[in-house]
Design a protein around this ligand. Structure first.
Ligand code: AR6
Length: 181
């Protein structure tokens, strides 16, 4: 079953576009340090949000690997965008801790802003070169470890660009979450 509810939080993996998640309170941006439009996720999000997003981001930049900041969503169909800077694989170390910090900090900001639902892309696994499987392990370990701290967030969605990545994330979620109780 590609959806799990643990400690009252539903976690799911879907194939799709992070900029087209209208039912979620926030989407997470796999950002660059300057918080400007880029390729991949940062391109899709900024194109859909419009230039107001870059304007709001300007005074918040630069951010460092592992950090996250929150803004409005402008023309996106969400309330907020949470911008995370993932580690560049092989450059920013320790990569696993920095990637984990992205997920932890994004969830902390979602809680502080009383959000109920957040959609994550697979941070760092595109241009930044983090291999998909270890990145998925870090992502789900961090999220599962964070569940006890969540009171507002009840829905976490992973949005994967292709079916192979969705299957990989489904499998990793089942492996780390253990058998359904
Ligand atoms: N929706 C969901 N997932 C996507 C989408 C989309 N629209 N587009 C790509 N992916 P990336 P990073 C997948 O490169 O590795 C940018 O240029 C993609 O297949 O967006 O953290 C920024 O400006 C991959 O699996 O993020 C930064 O400079 C994953 O999302 C840099 O790239 C992340 O790919 C950030 O690199």
């Amino acid at each position: 079953m590609p959806q799990r509810t643990i400690r009252g939080v539903t976690i799911e993996c879907v194939q799709g576009d992070i900029a087209n998640q209208a039912d979620m309170d926030a989407v997470i941006n796999a950002a660059n340090a300057r918080l400007v439009i880029g390729g991949g996720v940062a391109g899709a999000i900024h194109r859909a949000a419009g230039p107001g997003l870059e304007a709001e981001c300007r005074p918040l930049a630069p951010i460092r690997p592992g950090e996250a900041v929150i803004t409005g969503a402008h023309n996106l169909p969400n309330r907020h965008v949470i911008h995370c800077l993932g580690p560049v694989y092989g450059v920013d170390e320790p990569a696993d801790e920095l990637l984990s910090s992205c997920y932890r900090n994004a969830l902390r900001l979602a809680e502080e802003n009383r959000l109920r639902s957040v959609a994550f892309p697979a941070i760092s696994t595109g241009v930044f070169g983090y291999p998909a499987e270890p990145a998925a392990r870090v992502a789900f370990r961090t999220i599962l470890d964070s569940l006890e701290n969540l009171s507002s967030v009840t829905h976490i969605r992973f949005v994967l660009f292709n079916d192979a990545d969705r299957k990989l994330h489904d499998r990793m979620l089942q492996e780390l979450a253990g058998p359904e109780s």
